[in-house]
Design a protein. Sequence first.
Length: 445
Amino acid sequence: MASREMVAGSEQTKNTLVSSTSGSYIRPLAILTTLFFLWGFLTSLNDILVPHLKSISDFNYTKVMLVQFAFFSAYFLFSVPWSMVVNKIGYQKTMVVGLVSMSLGALLFVPAASIPSFPLLLTGLMILAAGITGLQVSANPYVLVLGRPETASSRLNLTQAFNSLGTTLAPILGGMFILSAAPLAAEQLKQLSPQALHAYRMNQAASVKMPYIVISIALILLAVAIARFNLPKIEQHAVNPGEKVKDSIWKHPNLLFGALGIFAYVGAEVSIGSFMVNYLGQPEIAGFSPKIAAGYVSFYWGGAMVGRFIGSAVLQKVKTGRLLAVCAVCSATLVTVSMLTSGNLAMWTMLAVGLFNSIMFPSIFALGIAELGPLTGTGSGLMSMAIVGGAIVPLIQGAIADHSGIHHAFLLPVICYLYILFFALKGSTPNSERDANYLTVTKGV
């Protein structure tokens, strides 16, 4: 019976070792993919909440993007606290606590829809996202250490593919249950009396209750299942008393550039997904109703799912940085073409971006924490904090859309993809490779 021990990082300069009496990690990886699926589903469901709120209220794009701002701000606020929780109670218990937190956040949607209250809705979203942050901080590094280090990027891509399965199904189911009734046009809303307008908004807001009640119950059941499952133990070994690590995260440019890469990627991906329903509803693009457009959003997230399954295999043979660069160029090109055209070409080029988004997050994450040694945990926390890009970039794009129109607002994701191209080609180089290149140059001189 084989035994494995692999070194990974944990917070506060601790080394993380995985030990198992079994040579197979299929069962724990299967459990983890369930978590990836769920937080992908809930994240993508925001893309249905945004047009839903836009259609039943007088919110502009900037205000309605507070949905994404509240959700993704949680990554910035709670990544470090969750890292401390992991160090205190371990990875498995952290996953359980994260699921319970998510359930409480989902349950807050019921009173938020009953009042209705936009601030309470945002509070529920932030608590829900805080729980997801706990899963991110615990599950991502857990996947990285469950196998050989050289295939860590491929393995994370595989589990992220199931995350994309969740993001693919969410718009379809959200469109069925939340966008089931055709919303009134802005002109029709203006013609309603105050009493009729209030009744209409109450009725529309109520459509989110049942989906989130079901989600809350499912999260509790999964928390119970995770708590009872015998996951491989991750033992954390503290640095010996008085021992100092002669290193700093600020000495690893690949980590710092990588954190900005995560910021740019999540910002671009969330911006495109958040605006997609409204974008496809534009007369010059497709003129779809919100319900029909929601179904098409699944092509965007479905492309990411297919791309991650393919990428998991391709990354076994192709260098991560090289594939990341190709995908960044393709994404920037597709968004640019969509901005400069209209009709079916504009629609399908924007939807196709999801295919090339696919490998970006796990690839940037893996390249960013490469060769950090005992600082890997601290680096992972910094990378998780950078997911706040999903809060800031959509808000800025919303302001651009209010000022210049939704079509021109997609220039912002293009800029994000160009930065990712820089990271793939230059910024992702770890110190050891930089030193090797320097020695080669100096010897040549």
